[in-house]
Design a binder for this molecule. Structure first.
Ligand code: IVH
Length: 664
């Protein structure tokens, strides 16, 4: 898709979203399901980001945007302002002078915090219970996203220790860089679009209508302000202590400074350390620490005069392109990659940058040998921003996508309307390896001991050619591999055997059908009940399911049309993998995607009844508390599990709170 086509498509999607909003809000006559609306917004966001075409009034932009479809609107009792920015030390010192002039003295200090790069959020607790989570919206009104906020494990449902009856908390939802990268990798493997940076991923996620999906995304939270009903005076530095005491997460990178010189030195040291933080930060926020001066200093229409943001410089470097190589993904997508002259950037040595696709390369006219600016701001993988020598003589020829797959030599195809070229040879070696790794991965069949290195050896030694072949392996074949002994071979065979107990929806997910992630696999399993029925379904049958759009339907039909895929599925069936849904009566989907652990004696429910209930509402119950646990359901005499949950800051629910969660 070129830019012009993207513009047209964006317009079409925007119109659709606006029509859906009107139909929903004004006509009370929805024209699409919540899921369809989410998908529409995701598709729009993907295009806007790819072509840098996100207009401030886009339905994908939360701040300043109109309310999104399904969320209730909430008015903020105190407006959620933004911050004025400064980009250099002169402006920082000017800010201090202004504060001094207005106050007429120098008896104030500063509290300096990092500026977390995510999405602003407002939480309201009444009698210690979380009753509201809202976005900033246009500053005076935002969206009530409480159901999504409840799935964020950092945010306690109940406050600890003593607290006022009503408090408002302000803070930032964000994603850690590692978790973001892992999420994107999984998305890429599933053929879903990848988010450009953690901020977009956070905002995009919290805009979803389905809390079950939100729960599976690695959203974190930092609190940075408290508002009290009685307007009591509490210094900014003390607010952090209170927040911590109540069980809210606060960032430890912060400092109380007594002069603007101290602030200035501190900011420099943070800028140097910027790349060592596990999350994105684009600057520091300097706040007058004494609460009583907030009123005196007041605010402009948009921003307070008692605080200012100091923006760090963006992280760019200049280097040259040695070569443009091609990477083959699980679904055969060919991604061009710039191999760079190694260069230091934000604390790491960068050797490669993604070039996305042919259109992008041609648009920026990137050629081998060019001197380019690369940037890491916001993105994990550096991007080539621009070419510095576009008019130089003797530049290499413009990039041209080869006609054949660089790994297996088969012809490449490009689907109408898609930027990516694909290798459609199912035996293409890198694709085979990645498909098997995907089959074994945690969200799929979860086969312990079948990581990249083992799969690589199994494939390159000719022991397996696809995931069904895994079930023909014998211990003796595996124990001969590098760094595998009898014990690990037996363990792997056992793990493969155990995986036969994985439920049907996971088997479906493991097949690696494009666009069929865990959630879609669950929905398909629920709707069609067996692999056979899915394999025979037409696109119309599939799109009749609420969450299944035409893109997914087309992909499912195409998968089962291929005789070799049929053969693979039949073999898996013969090996004893589950091909049918095991019926547990489904009562609702309030707990979709959430993992629970149960401990202690509950007031009315027996353990088994509680886990049955959780499963009926789409949740999962596991035996031990880990960082993957979303809630601990605890009764009387809860023991070590409760301690562990507290240590990991996992929300603890009572039976009553569970009932509330499922709307009983
Ligand atoms: S104080 C009235 N502190 O920056 C001022 N904001 O441009 C409110 N942000 O939307 C904000 N880190 O979401 C404050 N330590 C921090 C922050 C922070 C990030 C965001 C915030 C706000 C935006 C303002």
């Amino acid at each position: 898709m070129d830019r012009q086509q993207a513009e047209a498509k964006i317009k079409e999607l925007k119109d659709k979203a606006v029509r859906a909003n009107i139909a929903y809000y004004e006509d009370a006559n929805p024209i699409m399901s919540d899921r369809e609306f989410d998908r529409l917004l995701e598709e729009l966001l993907e295009l806007e980001l790819k072509f840098n075409l996100q207009a401030p009034d886009s339905p994908t932009v939360r701040i300043g945007g109109n309310p999104t479809k399904n969320f209730k609107n909430v008015e903020h009792p105190v407006p959620m302002l933004s911050l004025s920015n400064t980009y250099n030390k002169d402006e920082l010192f000017d800010f201090d002078k202004r504060v001094q002039n207005i106050l007429g003295h120098e008896n104030y200090t500063y509290h300096v915090e990092l500026k977390y790069d995510g999405m602003a959020m407002r939480l309201r607790y009444e009698n210690g219970k979380l009753i509201l989570g809202a976005t900033r919206g246009n500053g005076t009104k935002g969206d009530d996203i409480t159901s999504n906020v409840r799935t964020i494990r950092d945010i306690p449902l109940s406050l600890k220790n003593d607290f006022p009856d009503v408090i408002e908390i302000r803070g930032e939802a964000y994603m850690e860089l590692d978790a973001f990268a892992k999420m994107n990798e999984d998305r890429e493997n599933r053929g879903e679009f990848v988010f450009a940076n953690p901020r977009n991923a956070t905002a995009g996620t919290l805009k979803l209508q389905d809390p079950g999906i939100v729960a599976t995304r690695p959203i974190r939270f930092f609190a940075y302000d408290v508002l009290f009903e009685d307007n009591r005076e509490v210094h900014q530095s003390e607010k952090f202590d209170l927040l911590k005491k109540w069980g809210l997460p606060v960032c430890d990178v912060r400092k109380h400074c007594t002069s603007i010189d101290e602030v200035s030195t501190l900011i420099d040291s943070w800028a140097d350390k910027r790349s060592t933080y596990p999350y994105e930060t684009d600057g520091a926020v300097v706040k007058v620490n004494e609460d009583k001066y907030r009123d005196v200093l007041g605010q402009t229409a948009k921003a307070p005069r008692w605080a200012i943001a100091y923006k760090f410089e963006s992280e760019q470097a200049i280097t040259t392109i040695r070569e443009i190589t091609l990477q083959v993904g699980r679904l055969g997508t060919i991604t061009p990659v710039a191999e760079l002259e190694p260069v230091q950037l934000a604390g790491t040595t960068v050797k490669r940058a993604s070039l996305h696709n042919e259109d992008e390369i041609l648009r920026k006219d990137i050629r081998v040998g060019d001197t380019v600016v690369i940037e890491k701001a916001g993105e994990i993988i550096p991007q080539v921003i621009k070419v510095l020598n576009p008019d130089a003589e003797n530049r290499a020829e413009p990039f041209k996508m080869p006609e054949c797959c660089p790994a297996c030599g088969s012809g490449l195809t490009r689907t109408e309307g898609e930027a990516a070229y694909r290798c459609t040879n199912p035996s293409c070696p890198p694709q085979v390896r990645i498909k098997i790794e995907y089959f074994a991965s945690r969200d799929a069949m979860d086969i312990d001991g079948l990581g990249e290195a083992v799969v690589d050896q199994l494939v390159s030694n000719g022991l397996i050619q696809n995931y069904a072949d895994l079930y023909t392996l014998e211990a003796a074949q595996i124990s001969g591999l590098e760094r595998m002994g009898d014990k690990s071979a037996d363990n792997l065979i056992q793990a493969l055997e155990n995986a036969k107990n994985q439920p049907f929806d996971r088997v479906l997910y493991s097949l690696g059908i494009r666009f069929v992630g865990s959630k879609v696999a669950k929905d398909l399993a629920k709707a069609f009940k067996s692999m056979e029925a899915i394999a025979q379904a037409t696109e119309d049958d599939l799109t009749a399911v609420d969450s299944i759009g035409p893109r997914i339907a087309e992909s499912v039909v195409a998968f089962f049309k291929e005789p070799q895929n049929h053969a693979l599925v039949n073999r898996l069936k013969e090996f004893g993998l589950k091909m049918e849904l095991e019926e547990t009566e489904q009562a609702g989907n309030n707990l979709d995607g959430l993992t629970f652990v149960i401990t202690g004696t509950l007031p009315t429910l027996k353990r088994k009844e509680a886990s049955g209930l959780i499963e009926q509402y789409g949740g999962k119950v596991t035996g031990s508390v880990s960082k993957n646990t979303n809630y601990l359901l605890a009764g009387e005499e809860a023991g070590s599990k409760l301690d562990k949950a507290k240590k990991l800051e996992i929300p603890v629910l009572s039976e009553k709170e569970l009932f509330k969660l499922i709307g009983k």
